[in-house]
Design a protein around this ligand. Structure first.
Ligand SMILES: Cc1cc2nc3c(=O)[nH]c(=O)nc-3n(C[C@H](O)[C@H](O)[C@H](O)COP(=O)(O)OP(=O)(O)OC[C@H]3O[C@@H](n4cnc5c(N)ncnc54)[C@H](O)[C@@H]3O)c2cc1C
Length: 455
């Protein structure tokens, strides 16, 4: 907890200048943002015995946060061994469906595997509940959570070293600041290490949470109640009316999260409205039956990262500052999975470790903090970010959002539609579907080659 708490305000209202670091700071570390990244960093730092405060602009942690909702949760079991038994997780995801959606058809790759339940690989979550629980874990570990406070500037000495944040007339000082303020991090821009990301590297997500009885969800999605199984649909093609991105359907305990993620530049180019694409997706004949008779619980919209490998190659530190989670660009979208929360947790853990070392050495220089990007590069998440660095270019192919889905449906139609004409060989069916789809043979070969390199 912070050492010199004053009555009436927990913030330092002394008219200290924004450019002079006081000899005694309020906290060892200030974390801005009580999302997954901020809460995990706070847990790790408080456990290491550091004075740590988490500043959150929302009325409570999670109030402003939104994910589709599949958390690849193995990392959390290392950080919080009680995660699966006590955190508000909804269902264990054992069934993954990749769906190519067309106007009047869909072709699915439906993958169910009991091995995904033990050890648990992924769980569905609702951020309003999860972030609040994580912040309680941080508080129990000894961190101070300060909701309803918006950091509006960094405090920086004349030597450029960052020593806290300002919130209106008030200041909070610390040896180190961790920016966990999410995609489009204001703090990263204020520190001068990031510019606004181009629209091609960002996407907008719109999501509705629809309440349904537990039994209904289990029947509609073919889930085993005793095992608390869950299902995740990733849908491309007509899900987004051809706009780069995809739709999703994720089962929670007694609700379903449904929505779309749309790459910003392609959305603008299309002239379509994001809300219109979302509404049409929920009404699509392949989607609507899963949601029928449900009651809308929540509706929200949030930016997300489309090209995490490119964004996270930019600087991650400035003197006295480290970027974690989405603020650093750590999200991986492969078209089949979106991973942001697990990367947020892992980057927070590595930044907290670096912060403990910096506090011990009393060295907050950029040079000392450079061990944080080194830790990221050497970690599994760093390797994944490099492995999938070509994926955004592969997902750029417009053919993925229409032509391939239609072609697949044409092939299956010829196989299943037993009319009175003689059957054709599969090779002929495929070549005819390819011709009808308008995909050139060279384009098809190039896409297949890019898919192999990207995934
Ligand atoms: C539609 C959609 C679907 C997604 N689906 C998935 C998925 O299925 N699985 C997955 O793993 N990831 C998914 N993601 C990505 C995931 O949501 C993010 O990667 C994750 O939330 C990053 O966590 P974070 O803690 O870094 O940032 P955030 O969760 O964005 O938290 C940032 C926090 O900082 C606070 N804040 C911001 N600015 C300030 C300020 N100036 N002062 C004080 N507080 C501030 C915010 O209120 C917020 O609480 C999805 C994202 C979207 C939008």
């Amino acid at each position: 907890m912070r050492p010199e708490e004053t009555e009436g305000s927990i913030l330092n209202t002394v008219s200290a200048s924004d450019t002079a670091k006081p000899s005694a700071v309020d906290f060892d570390v200030i974390i801005v943002g009580a999302g997954v990244a901020g809460c995990v960093a706070a847990i790790e730092l408080a456990r290491a015995g550091k004075d740590v405060a988490v500043i959150e602009r929302g009325v409570q942690p999670g109030a402003k946060n939104l994910s589709g909702g599949i958390f690849y949760s193995r990392i959390m079991e290392e950080i919080l061994p009680n995660f699966l038994s006590e955190a508000p997780v909804e269902r264990k995801i054992t069934r993954n469906v990749l769906s190519f959606l067309n106007e009047n058809s869909h072709v699915n790759i439906d993958y169910w595997d009991r091995r995904l339940a033990s050890p648990v690989n992924a769980v569905s979550v609702l951020r309003g509940k999860l972030d609040l629980w994580l912040s309680e874990q941080a508080e129990e570990a000894g961190a101070m959570i300060m909701p309803g406070v918006m950091a509006d500037r960094l405090l920086r000495g004349e030597n450029g070293n960052i020593f806290g944040i300002g919130a209106g007339d008030e200041q909070i000082t610390a040896h180190l600041v961790l920016a966990a303020d999410g995609v489009n991090s204001f703090l990263a821009r204020d520190a001068g290490i990031r510019k606004k990301a181009p629209n091609k590297q960002l996407a907008v997500g719109i999501k509705t949470v629809i309440a349904l009885p537990r039994n209904t969800i289990e029947q509609r999605f073919g889930l085993n109640r005793d095992e608390n199984d869950g299902c995740a649909f990733a849908m491309v093609g007509d899900a987004t009316q051809g706009v780069a991105g995809g739709g999703f359907l994720y089962t929670n305990t007694d609700s379903v999260s449904a929505g779309v993620v749309l790459r910003l530049d392609d959305l603008q180019r299309s002239g379509l409205s994001a809300a219109g694409i979302h509404d049409r997706f929920l009404a699509h004949p392949a989607v609507a039956p899963y949601l029928a008779d449900g009651k809308v619980l929540e509706y929200g919209c949030h930016l997300t990262i489309e090209d995490g490998p490119a964004l996270s190659r930019q600087p991650l530190t400035a003197p006295g500052l480290m970027l974690i989670g989405d603020a650093a660009g750590f999200t991986l979208n492969t078209g089949m999975t979106i991973r942001g929360m697990d990367l947020a947790a892992e980057s927070a853990r590595l930044a907290a470790r670096t912060a403990v070392e910096a506090l011990a050495a009393e060295d907050f220089s950029e040079e000392f903090l450079s061990s944080y990007p080194q830790k990221i590069n050497a970690s599994p998440m760093g390797k994944d970010l490099r492995l999938y660095s070509r994926t955004p270019a592969f997902l750029d192919s417009p053919r993925l959002y229409g032509k391939y889905g239609n072609m697949a449906a044409d092939i299956f139609y010829e196989l299943y539609n037993i009319d009175l004409r003689p059957r054709k060989k599969l090779s002929k069916i495929v070549m005819r579907a390819l011709r009808r789809s308008g995909i050139g043979i060279t384009e098809g070969i190039r896409d297949a080659y890019n898919a192999l390199r990207a995934l």
